[in-house]
Write a protein that binds this ligand. Structure first.
Ligand SMILES: [Fe+2]
Ligand SMILES: [Fe+2]
Length: 173
């Protein structure tokens, strides 16, 4: 059993933790809707496949968050996250401005990495807080997701370096 929020102060660490969960839950759901658009827009098959693969992983991440909410006895509910809205908005601009340009995939990879870095920061914090709160059952779930976000970030780095960035140079040729 995890501790109930009633055991701590109303605006204490558990409250921060729950707010953080709502924030990333909103973010994951938004990412889930965005990744198919990015996969469709990507010019190279490998970049498209990476977005598609992460979309599937993101479904599992949403599911894990719902499990954590359940452990806390809280309804799974998102809270508008202006940070992820802004990061995704920037990605949409790249998508429009570089449509049919050789630099499109390099731009999409970079936009996706901004998303992953945001998620890595958030999950890192949630893990630290879950440890502090003694939420032992939540830890493996959050760590599993953090591992996927980090692996995705590394994949994107490789995709940029192995092709997308070079193809983007064709713009200057
Ligand atoms: Fe995620
Ligand atoms: Fe992610």
């Amino acid at each position: 059993m995890v501790k109930k929020s009633s055991s701590g102060p109303a605006n204490g660490l558990e409250s921060l933790f729950v707010d953080g969960l709502k924030d990333i839950y909103y973010a994951e759901k938004k990412i889930l809707r965005t990744l198919p658009k990015m996969a469709k827009a990507a010019q190279s098959e490998e970049v498209s496949a990476a977005f598609e693969k992460h979309r599937t992983e993101t479904e599992g991440q949403v599911d894990r968050l719902e499990q954590v909410f359940e452990m806390l006895g809280k309804p799974a509910r998102g809270k508008t996250c202006p940070a992820i809205d802004g990061i995704i908005e920037e990605g949409s601009e790249v998508l429009e401005e570089y449509k049919d340009e050789p630099a499109l995939d390099a731009g999409l990879v970079a936009a996706a990495q901004s998303v992953e870095h945001y998620e890595i920061a958030r999950y890192g914090t949630l893990i630290a807080w879950a440890e502090q709160l003694g939420l032992k059952d939540a830890l493996p779930l959050l760590r599993e997701t953090l591992k996927e976000e980090s692996a995705t970030d590394e994949t994107l780095t490789k995709l940029g370096e192995s092709g997308a960035n070079k193809r983007a140079m064709q713009a200057a040729a």
